[in-house]
Design a protein around this ligand. Structure first.
Ligand code: ATP
Length: 460
């Protein structure tokens, strides 16, 4: 994580892994994430995002978009629809083979994905939790079906997209014709995907409706290896740049039995949390598989002609595919800390050490006392001024210590306190979340001071 002068480096190895229940509870309590349709008993694997959650989510999305699309001259973005022609999913192989194999424990009734079972349990047909006997594997397709049209008999069955990236292949030719992009270049997209996951769980980690971000980078076959290495390294640095505990990030290379037949290699960027090492993003060697398949199924020629050499070929593709929701969850797991009482904070506190880029609220403006109209008016004026530049929150409920703690818990990087001295010399206290350091600044200096510290930065 890039450190501003105020940020203090964190110890990493000795920080305990955060139980997921703490994050679930914080998310519900403070309005980050709610269970979907809760008043009807909920739907497994589907969530809603509350007032703070939507801010965090938007910041995550915008930062990815900015660093992948807007700061790269050789990358453009699209936003494709969730519903496409059903043939898309035949061409992609999802209709036939987007399946999970599943076993149930006859004793404790728990359900497991075969590919997630430890090897010895699979060999001995034994439940990893209670040791009971497992059923024969059953196969389930993960695609969610839907229908287009209203008249029975004319309705067309199709699917909610199982992965967002298919739109990129479908729009590749349009992008080529409508922009001045030339191979090598990339197309990005962020969008919802839907999977009838057989074992949803672990909060946002495995959902049935979730959001993916993809880069599909199109290259000449002779340059595939070079670009694969390039994006693999860049994406790893990107993730390293947004977390505190950088020792919790690594690559896992896919073994030969995991690789798709067209893939020479594949790597997952994994994060270590209480869930163990788990995939955050995949870097995939897709070769010409997708464009060739869509050429074949649609009958459209999707080859590319090099404007200089006139060589005609189907571009090969490097894919980097990650999840907005896993980023949301892993950022919270990475940032959450319960600090014991200290000289600086007698009661101890829960603090979300989120990067200021992502913090849902950038600054809280607090009058020292609520019953002093001059303090309240000045604080509200400052809040209104800052609100034009960043997300600012005005808060005058409870004593100042409690208000600081409330902001720490949602990751607000700065609190501005208006006190009696403000009325005399127009200065305020600026308290920084991580080190709890305080400085005094003139009100007019605030916007530049804060903007410099919450603005995006990215060294690609
Ligand atoms: P897994 O092996 O965990 O099922 P996957 O390899 O099928 O994941 P991809 O199809 O490569 O995942 O999807 C790209 C990214 O989308 C993943 O790295 C992950 O961040 C995210 N993702 C995939 N499935 C889910 C899900 N059910 N819930 C939330 N995010 C998901």
């Amino acid at each position: 994580m890039t450190q501003t002068e105020d940020r203090i480096p964190l110890s990493t190895e000795d920080t305990p892994l955060v139980p997921i229940e703490k994050i679930v509870s914080l998310c519900k309590r403070r309005g980050f994430v709610y269970p979907n349709s809760e008043i009807y008993g909920g739907v497994s694997g589907i969530y809603d995002f509350g007032p703070l959650g939507v801010e965090l989510r938007n910041n995550i999305r915008r930062y990815w978009w900015w660093s992948m699309v807007q700061t790269n001259d050789n990358v453009v973005g699209i936003e494709g629809s969730i519903i496409t022609h059903p043939r898309v999913w035949e061409a992609s192989g999802h209709v036939d083979s987007f399946v999970d194999r599943l076993v149930d424990c006859k004793n404790c009734k728990r359900r497991f994905r075969v590919d997630h079972l430890p090897k010895e349990n699979l060999e001995q047909n034994k439940c990893p939790v209670c040791g009971g006997e497992l059923t024969e594997p059953r196969t389930f397709n993960l695609m969610m079906e839907t229908y287009i049209g209203v008249v029975e008999g004319e309705r067309m069955k199709t699917y909610l997209r199982g992965e967002a990236c298919q739109n990129i292949y479908l729009d590749y030719d349009n992008v080529l014709k409508s922009s001045r992009m030339q191979v090598p270049f990339g197309i990005c997209q962020i969008g919802k995907a839907f999977r009838n996951e057989v074992t949803p769980g672990n909060f946002l980690f495995r959902q049935r409706e979730f959001e993916q971000w993809d880069l599909q980078f199109l290259v000449h076959p002779s340059e595939m290896q070079k670009w694969f290495e390039y994006w693999k390294a860049r994406r790893f640095e990107w993730y390293k740049g947004i977390i505190n505990h950088t020792d919790r990030l690594h690559f896992r290379e896919h073994g030969p039995d995991e690789l798709a037949h067209y893939a020479k290699q594949a790597f997952d960027i994994e994060y270590r949390s209480i869930l163990g090492w788990q995939e955050w993003e995949g870097i995939h060697w897709r070769q010409d598989w997708d464009l060739s398949r869509h050429s074949q199924f649609s009958g459209q020629d999707l080859s590319y002609t090099d404007p200089e050499t006139k060589e005609r070929y189907i571009p090969w593709i490097v894919e980097t595919s990650g999840g907005v929701d896993r980023t949301f969850l892993f950022l919270l797991l990475d940032a959450y800390e319960e600090e014991p009482p200290s000289d600086k904070d007698k009661e101890g506190r829960t603090v979300l050490r989120l990067h200021p880029w992502f913090a849902p609220v950038k600054v809280a403006v607090l009058p020292l006392q609520k019953n002093k109209p001059e303090l309240v008016t000045t604080a509200k004026d400052i809040h209104k001024r800052l609100q034009r530049l960043m997300v600012s929150q005005y808060d005058d409920v409870a004593n100042i210590g409690r208000r600081y703690r409330r902001q720490d818990e949602i990751g607000t990087p700065f609190c501005v306190t208006v006190d009696f001295q403000t009325l005399e010399d127009q200065t305020v206290t600026v308290r920084e979340r991580d080190g709890m350091t305080q400085i005094r600044l003139h009100i007019d200096e605030l916007p530049a001071y804060l903007l410099e510290r919450v603005r995006w930065d990215y060294n690609a």
